[in-house]
Design a protein around this ligand. Sequence first.
Ligand code: 5GP
Ligand code: ZN
Length: 140
Amino acid sequence: MTDDCIFCKIIEGSIPAVTVYEDDKVIAFMDIMPINPGHVLAVPKAHFRELNEMDEETGAHLFRVGMRIDRALRRSGLRVEGTNLLQNNGRAAFQEVPHVHLHIIPRYEGDGMKVRFGQEKAAPEQLREWAGLIKSKMER
Ligand code: 5GP
Ligand code: ZN
């Protein structure tokens, strides 16, 4: 628990949230400003600001819960033609609440949500250079 963290306050119950799932490690509740109807946040109960602070077991469980919510959304009757499981990691990556969370966002054709992916192919030697930098730091 971190004093001024809004998600820690939801987890301890001092501010309300509309919960869809809870176990000893993860809670999932409705996003208060949904991108589309049914937008859920899955949140580890322990306070980690960013992914690199969190243990892999908790991360794996967080994603498992995200998959379960995806399946529930598809059966819910809400308009769900697809979903984005989105994890904004760091301020530069749109993270506003500094407590790790996984968005499960229902999507449908024409919903207006925009994410801009790359538009130009990178040169193969450039890709190999970037891959080399990453591979050399991968943990086994
Ligand atoms: P981020 O940009 O950090 O990935 O997303 C934070 C999300 O938390 C936003 O979609 C925002 O609507 C949601 N959020 C912020 N404050 C609250 C709150 O007090 N309750 C709930 N349920 N969601 C919140
Ligand atoms: Zn927190």
